[in-house]
Design a protein around this ligand. Structure first.
Ligand code: IDP
Length: 141
């Protein structure tokens, strides 16, 4: 299996509840190496661009409001099969449908305040990493 990089966000609800360490411990225990990480607050244009595929959907406005409401942690995670592996430990978008033991099942507040983001494909990961990181900020061997 190939070594991949995926993009992760620890979302505002999780940062506000002091869950950065809890989520990072889960990521490291699952075998991810955190090769880039920043604490930032997204601007409205960052959020609109990042979630551009959802423009026009009823939840788009509230999603942008929420994602800009406070600090978030943006990360690049590296592992074998990282994209699928992270989606598996993240769990379904709606925490009510997420499997027991996943981040969203165990930690998320609701479908909109669902604690973390993980890229859904290698091409999304490349695009999303590029929204927040220069290549020189990624510490990959
Ligand atoms: P994902 O984060 O599991 O990849 P997406 O469908 O890409 O899910 O949606 C992006 C984010 O938008 C979700 O994580 C969630 O915060 C929010 N979202 C998606 N669908 C809904 C919805 O039907 N109601 C409220 N928020 C939603």
């Amino acid at each position: 299996m190939a070594i991949e990089q995926t993009f992760s966000i620890i979302k505002p609800d999780a940062v506000a509840r002091n869950l950065i360490g809890t989520i990072n411990a889960r990521l490291e225990a699952a075998g991810f190496q955190i090769v880039a990480m920043k604490l930032i607050q997204m601007s409205r244009s960052d959020a609109e661009n990042f979630y551009g595929e959802h423009q026009g959907k009823p939840f788009f406005g509230p999603l942008v409001e929420y994602m800009t409401s406070g600090p978030i942690v943006v990360q690049v995670l590296q592992a074998e099969n990282a994209v699928l592996k992270y989606r598996e430990i993240l769990g379904a978008t709606n925490p009510e449908n997420a499997a027991a033991g996943t981040i969203r099942h165990d930690l998320a507040e609701s479908m909109s305040r669902n604690s973390a983001h993980g890229s859904d494909s290698l091409s999304s990961a490349a695009r999303e990493i590029g929204c927040f990181f220069e290549q020189s900020e990624i510490f990959s061997k």
